[in-house]
Design a protein around this ligand. Structure first.
Ligand code: HH2
Length: 258
């Protein structure tokens, strides 16, 4: 899954694809480089972010989605109105970092559309989530949360076969908790749904490499995290740099799969 952030303030690529033409070109290039889907978002969820109004989110993403006609794309939003517009323009998956806890209308919009849905674990909210993340046992608590949200989504009429789960790397987790979630990914794959992991460029990568105040991590570290997640059963890797990840994952797959 290639990441296309149409935002001025995303943590690693804020402002890079703010012009629709640039975002559309980047998305098609990612697909050309081997992405199975591109994830378009018009609101940053980086730690400390405040969120944007629905009108602004639509202003950012609609021209980009119009330029992706016929391409496989997902919409990274927690807003029902944004999801509705994106689905009307051909989105195949709704990537909701609130796991249907943000907008009470979103579940119905997804259920009616027949689209796929990603449910992500977040402790707290983006504005405050990195202040003091606390768990007794991060893997089992994240799994219990995702299982509960999976039941909620199914109860709202979204078929279980359409849902994937995400541990939410960086969403209310310390460096060690992020790595533990990948190490113990089997606890999440045991829920029986495909698992999506988004470790690309995240600050924990830079921090484990020795910079205690890193805000991002380098490509080499992103690739290592993606391969490690893949080996532990992740099905979808959400990444900013598609070509190197596709190459690395193809090699990893040649080793792992018979
Ligand atoms: N991470 C980010 C945003 N959306 N969605 C899923 N499913 N999984 C993730 O790990 C995930 C996500 C944050 O990364 P990015 O989109 O690059 O930054 P920002 O939120 O600052 O736009």
């Amino acid at each position: 899954m290639g990441v296309v952030n149409v935002t001025p303030d995303s943590f690693s690529d804020g402002g890079v694809h703010l012009q629709p033409a640039s975002a559309v070109a980047a998305a098609w290039r990612m697909l050309d480089e081997g992405a199975a889907i591109v994830d378009v978002g018009g609101e940053s969820t980086r730690p400390g972010s405040e969120g944007v109004l629905v009108e602004e989110e639509l202003r950012r993403i609609v021209p980009v989605l119009e330029g992706l006609h016929g391409a496989p794309f997902s919409i990274d939003t927690a807003k029902a109105e944004v999801a509705r517009r994106a689905l009307g323009l051909g989105a195949e998956l709704v990537n909701d970092v609130t796991a249907l806890r943000g907008d009470p209308s979103l579940a119905e919009v997804v259920a009616e559309s027949g689209a796929y849905l990603c449910l992500l674990h977040m402790q707290g909210e983006p504005r405050t989530m990195q202040l003091n993340p606390t768990y007794d046992d991060v893997a089992s608590e994240v799994a219990a949360f995702l299982e509960e949200r999976l039941r909620f989504a199914v109860g709202a009429g979204i078929p279980e076969e359409r849902i994937c789960l995400d541990p939410g790397i960086g969403f209310g987790k310390t460096v060690e908790q992020n790595f533990e979630l990948v190490r113990r990914l089997d606890v999440l794959t045991a829920l029986g749904r495909p698992v999506l992991v988004g470790f690309s460029r995240k600050s924990s990568l830079g921090r484990i490499l020795g910079d205690p105040v890193a805000q991002t991590g380098p490509l080499s570290a992103s690739v290592a995290a993606a391969v490690a997640a893949y080996e532990r059963g992740a099905t979808i890797l959400r990444v900013h740099d598609v070509r190197p990840h596709v190459e690395a994952l193809k090699v990893a797959a040649a080793v792992v799969e018979t």
